[in-house]
Design a protein around this ligand. Structure first.
Ligand SMILES: [Ca+2]
Ligand SMILES: [Ca+2]
Length: 339
């Protein structure tokens, strides 16, 4: 059952999760590729339902090419977690697809994700009803409070809203996070936020996210009117020439907007020239000349848990104060683009 490949033979989930009775007895999946799953409802790669506090421990996995194909309602192309708290470490979600939550749907519960890459996942809605499609990489709903520490959202694309994540009545937390090249056809290239939601961005870098909904679309972040309490943001770095809608970046919380991307070490290669995220050549470190951002972060803020390291594990703060964004900086220009 594990590692099954070939879409046609997988009418349901590749893996169905079970629960432990304590942390030590969580079921473990380590070192697999879970690919080609093809569910008609939820969780094309893995399905976890009502497993409580001790859901599976997932490590060193790649979920790729899994999909949910039900028209308009299915969720979690790679991974569906309903009221199931997982520990997920060093996992890549690549090119998964669903109507909502192209890679992951966290419905209730509170999972802990560390060193996670979401690349090129898709949320694809019903033709003519594109706006029902939410969250190309992540769909967080129903009071979910998952934590994402060290996370890359890279080139995910929704035919509706929320190219990176769609957050509906939920409050996930993203710490040391990169959002690059994500796209929502309607609203919110990076994030779409709605309802009773209080997500947090802590040391996030946002660059090159877009949406196609017009002048009110919120290229990076779209927060629906009436969202309560709404997005919290601290020590985050927003590159120039992208738009927000329904959201005002808080001042005096170490956030920098309008950042010149030419002051990244390598603005065109967020993963660096090795094309691997979470390594020292990653492109969104700050140059020594990035004086508008270096040391502009705050050291502490009530209601937010600040990390002791950056996305690479470098101790924060380096220098006088933490640097906004995912990376602690102060470097020369990075690698040259491959020829
Ligand atoms: Ca790299
Ligand atoms: Ca610093």
């Amino acid at each position: 059952m594990l590692g099954a490949t070939g879409m046609a033979n997988n009418a349901h989930h590749v893996v169905t999760g079970a629960a432990g009775v304590n942390d030590a007895t969580r079921p473990v999946l380590d070192g697999f590729a879970i690919s080609g799953g093809h569910a008609a409802d939820n969780g094309g790669g893995m399905y976890n339902n009502n497993l409580g506090n001790f859901g599976p421990r997932l490590s060193n996995l790649e979920f790729r090419y899994n999909r949910v194909v039900s028209p308009g309602t299915g969720t979690g192309g790679a991974l569906y977690n309903n009221l199931s708290n997982l520990l997920v470490n060093k996992v890549t979600f690549l090119q998964n697809l669903a109507p909502n939550g192209g890679a992951v749907h966290d419905e209730g519960g509170s999972s802990t994700y560390t060193q996670i890459e979401f690349s090129e996942n898709r949320a694809i809605g019903v033709q003519g009803l594109n706006d029902v499609s939410l969250g190309a990489a992540l769909y967080s709903t129903n009071s979910n409070t998952s934590s994402f520490e060290r996370v890359f959202f890279y080139q995910n694309d929704s035919t509706g809203s929320g190219g990176g994540a769609a957050i509906v009545n939920a409050s996930p937390r993203f710490t040391n996070a990169v959002f690059n090249g994500n796209h929502g056809t309607i609203y919110g290239g990076a994030l779409y936020i709605f309802g009773n939601s209080g997500p947090q961005l802590i040391h996030a870098t946002l660059y090159g996210n877009s949406s196609s909904g017009g002048s009110t679309d919120g290229g990076k972040i779209y927060q629906e009117p009436g969202t309560t309490p709404g997005l919290g943001m601290v020590n985050s770095l927003l590159a120039a020439n992208e738009t927000l809608n329904g959201y005002t970046v808080p001042s005096n919380q170490g956030n920098v907007t309008g950042f010149n991307p030419g002051q990244f070490t390598q603005q065109f290669f967020p993963k660096g020239c090795d094309q691997i995220a979470f390594t020292a050549d990653d492109g969104y470190r700050l140059r020594t000349t990035a004086t508008t951002a270096l040391d502009m972060g705050v050291m502490g803020l009530s209601g937010f848990t600040l990390p002791g390291t950056d996305i690479l594990g470098v101790t924060r703060p380096s220098g006088a104060a933490p640097d906004p964004g995912a990376y602690e900086g102060g470097f020369a220009a990075g690698c040259l683009p491959p020829v």
